[in-house]
Design a protein around this ligand. Structure first.
Ligand SMILES: C[S@@+](CC[C@H](N)C(=O)[O-])C[C@H]1O[C@@H](n2cnc3c(N)ncnc32)[C@H](O)[C@@H]1O
Length: 252
């Protein structure tokens, strides 16, 4: 994977061609900067997990499994961030909690490069990255019950009516996330898009695998969530930020 060169292979249409379900991302084309290229060349061998693929470039082969202990060299609680963007939240968490392990899942190559550069600068060795479609990581790559937390901060809102079916948190998603979460594990979410916040809450309230872990209408802001450009932009546009947190109901 580290040997792959500039830009994306097949581009946006590829993500759809091989999948029945709509994906929640559009792969952005474009060249990477020299620093980003260097990050892939030099840092990917340590940080980026090589994922066996099915057909699509961002897919996960049905037989692929993450060997957690082999990858991290120990058995520690694992936090997984879906759509980690530039990696601000997960790098901050990884460097401040060396006793925990972290996995960033992202399809945006330049974001992965930035995450690796920042992680390396911060000396974070308890973080790994996966370049893949998150639902496939949760349903296939991660062993069942292997994550103690799953984070989804500012997922793409797909706010046009005809696009809402592409939202990551939609019916069916809770079961996928619940598979990867350990009993009593936490699913943390945040968005600046009211309509999406309402959808998240409705979908998760209806899921038998999850129970609310907050009182009132919305959760308190999660301390471990650092301010990112997406949150700043939402605030600047006058949008309210809403957090949610759900507990994985123990398996019977
Ligand atoms: C709006 S950005 C938010 C990034 C970051 N969480 C933050 O708050 O700054 C959403 C990110 O999710 C990623 N993403 C969307 N769908 C994804 C999927 N199915 N698998 C992996 N990453 C995905 C996008 O590439 C994008 O970088």
């Amino acid at each position: 994977m580290s040997g792959r060169s500039r830009g994306y292979p097949e581009e946006a249409s590829e993500a759809h061609r091989f999948r029945e379900e709509p994906v929640s991302f559009v792969r952005r084309s474009g060249r990477m900067s020299d620093a980003q290229e260097r990050a892939f060349r030099e840092l990917a061998p340590f940080y980026l997990i090589d994922v066996p693929r099915a057909e699509a470039f961002t897919s996960v082969h049905p037989d692929a499994r993450l060997e957690k202990t082999a990858v991290y060299g120990r058995d520690a609680p694992l936090t997984v961030e879906i759509g980690s963007g530039q990696g601000h939240a997960i790098v901050a968490a990884a460097s401040s909690q060396p006793e925990h392990d972290f996995l960033a899942v992202e399809v945006f190559r330049a974001g992965l490069a930035r995450t690796m550069l920042d992680a390396d600068r911060a000396g974070a060795r308890n973080l790994r990255l996966v370049e893949a479609n998150a639902p496939e990581v949760l349903s296939t790559l991660l062993p069942a019950a292997s994550a103690s937390e799953v984070w989804i901060f500012f997922p793409d809102p797909w706010h046009k009516k005809r696009h809402t079916k592409r939202r990551l948190v939609r019916p069916g998603f809770p079961a996928t996330a619940a598979r990867a979460l350990a009993d009593d594990g936490l699913l943390r979410l945040a968005t600046d898009w009211e309509d999406y916040a309402l959808q998240m809450r409705e979908v998760l309230d209806a899921a038998p695998e999850f129970a609310r872990a907050f009182d009132g209408a919305w959760a308190e802001r999660f301390d471990g969530r650092v301010m990112t450009a997406f949150e700043r932009k939402g605030i600047a546009k006058g949008r309210e930020i809403r957090d949610l947190v759900y507990r994985r109901v123990p398996r019977v």
